[in-house]
Design a protein around this ligand. Structure first.
Ligand code: C6P
Length: 409
């Protein structure tokens, strides 16, 4: 990997616990390059103003930057129009918007919503809530022993009763890439709409909404080099147009009377209140950075890192890895594992003492944990700025975990 990528990230020059920082928690959030940090800094220093409201030049500039960011996102994901891009706080808010606006609008008693057992809580709880309210039924696609959703599951669970299918493109626990083309095809044949949670895919691979013919996608900026507090909902214009607003207030109206209001057209209808202009500018810069590195390059680097890590991890005694261990199969650089007789929190703390940041816990996927008969796992997740040298340090540290705790092997 050219050294220059790493040099672009100020935090990667720092130490953690007096050791060089090894950041392996990229599925939780990614680090930010200088260009993104500088763009946000410049916005607040040079043209901070409330967009869409002011008639003075500073506000016009802020409005233009915010709307330019929307255009960048639209172009990046292959949307037909910028107005199909709704800025939210994060993927969670985008998924809630869909459940409470689209879900409430279309679901009736006995209708079915299909999700997978590997969903993040953000793509489970909103559907549970709306299903209860509407008398709809929440059904789950289960996984085979490799962590994959099978053809049979898709065939059997998605039926003419299904109104909504909402699945993660990539699992945040197992790193599995789901068979989304087949899911979209089956759902559309049955007249259902498809929501893809791209929180864990879009930082690493191309997502083109037009090629996929997907109805809605959601993602968070902070998992793809942008700041926290900016997320995206993409929706096909025809659906967004007929959906009721999720939140109401300033910015999203056309006219407000004492008892009734009319709403602004897309995208403002779904963006109540002062938006996160700095966040949108940061997201546009992050997209620019990702394009410069290139998805082909990102995949190549991450596939090599995943293969290198898995090859060595499987040889460590007492380790159990969950999901697909063949790095060539449909999987990304997210690896969940446990060390026998060691609580994942202890593993994470011991690795932290060596400067390595990993996540341990249920990863906001408790139904998956229960399905796999696990309480928690350790999880490492790579981004293109990670290196094989970092994996070497991690493997050494991992080998010492049981020794630390048991004075044993
Ligand atoms: N997963 C993780 O460590 P927010 O928090 O709204 O930015 O993203 C929610 C979300 C939705 N879907 C998937 C597949 C996700 O992985 C996440 C966030 C983080 O795995 C934080 S729990």
């Amino acid at each position: 990997m050219p050294k220059s990528y790493r040099d672009d990230f100020p935090i990667l020059q720092n130490e953690n616990q007096s050791k060089p920082l090894i950041y392996f928690d990229n599925a939780a959030t990614t680090q930010k390059p200088y260009t993104v940090l500088e763009a946000i800094d410049n916005y607040y220093k040079v043209f901070n103003a409330n967009p869409h409201r002011g008639l003075y030049s500073l506000s016009v500039k802020a409005t233009k930057a915010y709307e330019d960011a929307r255009e960048s996102v639209a172009e990046f994901i292959g949307a037909k129009k910028p107005s199909e891009i709704i800025f939210t706080r994060n993927a969670t808010e985008a998924l809630n918007l869909l459940a409470y606006s689209y879900g409430r609008m279309v679901l009736q008693d006995g209708d079915e919503i299909v999700i997978s057992i590997a969903e993040h809580h953000s793509n489970i709880i909103p559907w549970q809530q709306v299903a209860k309210e509407k008398g709809a039924i929440l059904k789950f696609l289960y996984l085979d022993k490799h962590g994959q959703i099978t053809e049979d599951e898709i065939h059997n669970k998605i039926t003419n009763k299904t109104k909504i299918v909402a699945v993660a493109h990539v699992s945040n626990v197992l790193g599995t890439i789901n068979p989304i083309e087949n899911i979209i095809e089956k759902a559309h044949k049955c007249g259902a709409k498809v929501i893809l949670d791209c929180a864990q895919s879009i930082p690493h691979m191309e997502v083109n909404v037009t090629k996929l013919d997907v109805d809605f996608i959601t993602f968070s900026g902070h998992k793809m080099l942008a700041p926290m507090g900016i997320g995206v909902l993409y929706g096909k214009e025809d659906f967004l147009n007929v959906m009721p607003p999720f939140m109401t207030g300033g910015e999203m109206i056309e006219y407000v009377d004492e008892q009734e209001s009319t709403f602004a057209p897309l995208p403002q209808k779904f963006e109540a209140g002062t938006p996160n202009v700095g966040g949108a500018i940061g997201l546009a810069k992050a997209i620019e950075y990702i394009k410069t590195v290139g998805y082909d390059n990102i995949s190549k680097i991450e596939d090599e890192l995943t293969e290198y890590a898995l090859e060595q991890m499987v040889k460590i005694p007492h380790i159990e890895i969950y999901g697909e261990i063949n790095s060539k199969k449909d999987r990304c650089g997210v690896i969940s594992f446990n060390i026998k007789d060691v609580h994942p929190h202890d593993t994470a703390s011991i690795l932290d003492a060596d400067g390595i940041a990993i996540r341990a816990g249920h990863h906001c996927a408790q139904p998956l944990m229960k399905y796999l008969s696990l309480a928690a796992t350790c999880r490492i997740s790579f981004y293109f700025y990670n290196t094989k040298e970092e994996i070497d340090v991690f493997i050494n540290s991992l080998k010492n975990v049981r020794r630390w705790l048991h004075n044993g092997d």
